[in-house]
Design a protein around this ligand. Structure first.
Ligand code: XD5
Length: 227
């Protein structure tokens, strides 16, 4: 890893750690009662704050703000679900001492999300947990997801591709350094991104089923997901 690649990794990882869900939102998961309504409202608050965190994090990706403005929006809208599932997988797998994990799982299971989406979601969380990613890998993988050139409405795909390749190069080298006994680790990481795309299709249906039962979303979630 070259000096400038180390600098790039540091910028991205620091930004990733700096922009986290506010503790008060995470703490709420433990307090209030368990009605489906209450759980749904908590998840809405969690998802909204995760999107806000995503926007702030993305602004720190070197080169992102130099992209065409409309392409920046297209990348954010196109990657929000995947970045959110990646982030919530990491929150979920961080065995917090106070057992947030079970509570969060309980709330997700009892929030009006139908079983057909719950299963793939928790399978994904498990498959992310099994990777035991270091925080740099988490930050870089999320960045690779955001910088996906073939999102809908991206005009200058080349410019996005150049940025993504830079990050992929650092991530590949980092994986070799962090997991020397596992040469195919980098490929496994990228395989998770494919699983993420499947999840985002489930997510769209999840939103539609919530809308059906006139569940209220926040303006930010409506805007980022065109609901
Ligand atoms: N009104 C909404 C509430 C929650 C979501 C959502 O995607 O929730 C995400 C947070 C974690 C639990 C389900 C997914 C992952 C979307 C709209």
């Amino acid at each position: 890893i070259t000096k400038e690649q180390q600098a790039l990794m540091k910028i991205i990882t620091d930004a990733y750690n700096r922009h986290q869900i506010p503790q008060d939102v995470a703490k709420k998961l433990l307090q209030d009662q368990y009605s489906a309504e209450e759980n749904f409202l908590l998840l809405t608050e969690m998802a909204t704050s995760q999107v806000q965190v995503l926007v702030e994090f993305t602004k720190n990706i070197p080169g992102f703000l130099s992209l065409d403005r409309e392409d920046q929006i297209a990348l954010l809208k196109g990657s929000a679900v995947e970045a959110m599932f990646l982030r919530s997988a990491q929150v979920f797998n961080r065995k917090t001492p106070s057992g947030h994990t079970e509570v969060l799982e309980e709330r997700i299971r009892k929030s009006g999300i139908s079983e057909e989406f719950i299963t793939p979601m928790f399978n994904f969380y498990k498959s992310i947990g099994e990777l035991h990613m270091v925080q740099e890998e988490q930050a870089l993988l999320t960045t690779v997801t955001i910088l996906t050139p073939d999102r809908p409405y991206v005009k200058d795909q080349q410019a996005v591709e150049r940025l993504q390749e830079t990050i992929l190069d650092v991530l590949r080298k980092l994986c070799v350094l962090q997991h020397p006994q596992e040469p195919q680790y980098f490929a496994r990481l990228l395989g998770r991104l494919t699983e993420l795309r499947t999840l985002s299709h489930y997510h769209t249906e999840m939103l539609a089923s919530w809308r059906m039962n006139d569940h209220k979303f926040t303006p930010l979630l409506c805007e980022i997901w065109d609901v």
